[in-house]
Design a protein around this ligand. Structure first.
Ligand SMILES: Nc1ncnc2c1ncn2[C@@H]1O[C@H](COP(=O)(O)OP(=O)(O)OP(=O)(O)O)[C@@H](O)[C@H]1O
Ligand SMILES: Nc1nc2c(c(=O)[nH]1)N[C@H]1C(S)=C(S)[C@@H](COP(=O)(O)O)O[C@H]1N2
Length: 207
């Protein structure tokens, strides 16, 4: 950890979240970025804890992506970093590789589950190479997850698939995020269960 100041929280249960929108065109102003607003709107609806957001809109440049993840985790102390965009097969889609470069260990289950969820929405879900990693530094660790670039894919993958009564059919990946953050030493995240029901083993649930 470069700056111990960065580990400070405004309250003990504050969650520090980095949001990175990776898009050549949105970063040049060709179109308005919808990635960061979609990420932030969903997280504010889902998470009950106080949250501090750090936002970055960048081009599909491998080194910039890696450096941005490192900055958000090491210098700003983020517990969770979500990226959107650049996971497909186009030449300029380099987000998964750049994420692995910033990671100390890969968490392949997140990518596997996102592709499962997304196949219920579009057959091209198999084109997404999205992954997740842990970045572990002295005294701090973060979970970094790649989401697809389509703004509507953000809520789809985080929240999963529900029936018309709101009952979960395919669990969204966010169900597993709070327990992962517990295990890497971050704050205890609680959610609005009507948006996403968190799963923790009984022994890990705080009463
Ligand atoms: N940040 C964004 N804001 C709004 N729409 C986006 C954004 N990123 C992607 N999209 C939409 O989702 C589609 C698929 O996203 P993808 O990450 O593959 O972008 P792309 O086609 O590589 O182009 P670019 O990097 O210039 O956004 C885009 O073509 C665009 O319609
Ligand atoms: N839930 C969901 N997942 C999705 C999509 C989508 O519309 N919804 N689009 C797919 C498509 S068309 C592609 S090419 C890949 C990669 O997208 P990206 O390059 O925007 O990350 O994500 C896939 N995953």
């Amino acid at each position: 950890m470069k700056h111990t100041e960065a580990l400070k929280r405004n309250s003990p249960n504050e969650v520090k979240i980095g949001l990175i929108s990776i898009s050549d065109r949105a970063s040049k102003g060709v179109y308005q970025d919808e990635g960061i607003p979609a990420l932030q709107a969903w997280l504010m609806k889902a998470i009950s804890n106080p949250c501090a957001f750090h936002e970055r809109l960048i081009a599909d440049e491998s080194e910039v992506i890696t450096e941005t993840i490192v900055e958000l985790v090491d210098e700003l102390g983020c517990d969770l970093v979500l990226t959107t965009g650049g996971t497909g097969p186009s030449r300029r889609d380099v987000t998964p590789e750049a994420t692995r470069d910033a990671g100390t260990r890969e968490m392949p289950g997140f990518g596997e589950q996102m592709r499962q969820i997304s196949l219920n929405f579009v057959p091209t879900a198999i084109l997404s190479r999205q992954t997740a990693v842990l970045r572990e530094v002295d005294g701090h660790a973060a979970l970094v997850i790649n989401l697809p670039g389509q703004p509507k894919a953000i809520a789809e993958t985080l929240e999963g698939l529900k029936d018309e009564n709101g009952k979960s059919i395919v669990p969204g990946i966010f169900a597993a995020v709070p327990y992962c953050i517990d295990l890497i030493g971050g704050p205890y995240i609680e959610t609005d269960e009507s948006v996403i029901k968190v799963f923790r083993p009984k022994s890990a649930i705080k009463k």
